[in-house]
Design a protein around this ligand. Structure first.
Ligand code: SF4
Length: 62
């Protein structure tokens, strides 16, 4: 299954991914973006988040 992953060393916490796809991306108590554990991911939303991420740090993992 395809799953989005975030390179946290590059993420600047801008929150754009959360705005685009709040069911997938959220910020945890430590201020890091996390990916929800879902059965399947809304591909179009995640692709939009990938396109908008200013740090290019979201990608799909097979
Ligand atoms: S859009 Fe990219 S840089 Fe911004 S919070 Fe999400 S993963 Fe981090």
């Amino acid at each position: 299954m395809k799953r989005p992953v975030i390179d946290l060393s590059a993420c600047n916490g801008c929150g754009a991914c959360i705005e685009v796809s709040p069911s997938v991306f959220s910020m945890n108590d430590l201020g890091f973006i996390q990916v929800a554990d879902l059965e399947s991911y809304p591909e179009a939303e995640v692709d939009e988040a990938i396109a908008l991420c200013p740090q290019d740090c979201i990608s799909w993992e097979e």
